[in-house]
Design a protein. Sequence first.
Length: 92
Amino acid sequence: MQREEILSIDEFVAHADELVESLNVSADKLILTKNGSGIAVIQSWQEYHKLQNALLMLKIIAQAEKEIREGQGREQSLVFSNLNHSLDSRNE
């Protein structure tokens, strides 16, 4: 389960090495604040990559729903082929 930890930017700077290292072994996120307001979210590269892939999938689904509404359907095999190609190229 993902956990979010809220830290001031000063706390993060003071312990950046160990905090970043801990992100590499967990799915946690760090929320950084300055003067009590959120300024940034830090997460591991792996978690960022998963999020980007999920957003890509949502974008593809939204585009497909639009095309279906407009009567521009495509063969399922072509859709999945294009989807796999898109995901593969993002992983390179």
